[in-house]
Design a protein around this ligand. Sequence first.
Ligand code: NAP
Length: 353
Amino acid sequence: MKRIALLGATGSIGRQALEIVGAHPELELVAAASGSQAIEGLAPFTQVGGDLTELLERAQPDLVLNAVVGFAGLPATLWALERGVDLALANKESLVAAGDLALAAWERGGGRLLPVDSEHSATFQCLEGRSPEAVDSIVLTASGGPFRGRTRDELTDVTAEEALAHPTWSMGPKITIDSATLANKGLELIEAHFLFGIPYDRIEVVVHPTSIVHALVRFRDGAALAHLGYPDMRVPISFALTYPERAATPIAPLDLASGLTLEFHAPDLETFPMLALAREAGERGDTYPCVFNAANEVAVAAFLEGRLPFLAIAETVEETLAAADGAPARDLGDLVAADAEARRLAERKAAVA
Ligand SMILES: NC(=O)c1ccc[n+]([C@@H]2O[C@H](COP(=O)([O-])OP(=O)(O)OC[C@H]3O[C@@H](n4cnc5c(N)ncnc54)[C@H](OP(=O)(O)O)[C@@H]3O)[C@@H](O)[C@H]2O)c1
């Protein structure tokens, strides 16, 4: 039996995880958490909001699936990494924000860190069993979101409703907006850097509209391994929850004879500046990725509430990064302070945008 704690049980990832857990008697849901929705009775231990590490202390799970959205997922990520409890990580924001602190906790704890993000699950699988010297680079694919192919001018008046209409993935609102701005791929770039220990100049992003290829790894001999499948998050969730068994899922195998074509092209960094801003924040290091994440969370919330135009999301993040000092975080206290200061700066920028 694997005793699972599911954080973010009411969300898009959380609901799909419940389906996977329900299909496998060897997976036991011992704890569940949400932010505000009632979940009483879902698991022996439940908690709504508050400090999720209290729930984890009570439940003592074998594996934590962190599917909380945003920086709020950070304490749970650090709790699992520090204790060597296996962590299935959907909450990319925590790894992006905590970066070096999270890696140090992971090293001390020695547990498994299993990515749930489809691109990172794909990369993890392409890298498994290979020596790091043989790896040349990683390629993350991006669908391009609902506004792929548009010019900057055509994005001036787009509404939250339009931005929420993702062409290939059905996800929670925050990550769907992140996909429309390409901030999601920026967060994933930083996430990949920390997960796989690869420098930024060896992580490439390409647009691949149908989301069939989730990632590729290029090797020094000129070969590239790719991970393919229909865009369905139950595959990487199941992979992480049942690792290393790779249990069966109800997802149909790829139908290659149906006229499947694979198309890739370079991202439009001018129309979608968030990807370049994330790369720059990642390369600068220290708390710049934390600042990028915090400013983005503030700007996305403001956009969803109708307080900020779509194009001002990137402007808010860019100006916040320029105003922040990006000083290194020695501990969680420093990081929480950097996050709070970035939110304060971003709120101020968003209010005048
Ligand atoms: N959806 C996808 O396909 C997908 C793919 C890759 C990665 N991810 C990542 O997975 C994470 C979750 O995404 P999602 O799309 O599932 O989001 P979502 O549908 O918005 O769900 C978010 C979940 O987090 C909970 N939550 C929010 N704030 C919380 C807090 N302070 N304490 C405890 N729980 C809190 C919510 O509870 P309430 O319902 O009570 O508010 C909900 O259960 C994000 O980091 C996202 O980037 C998602």
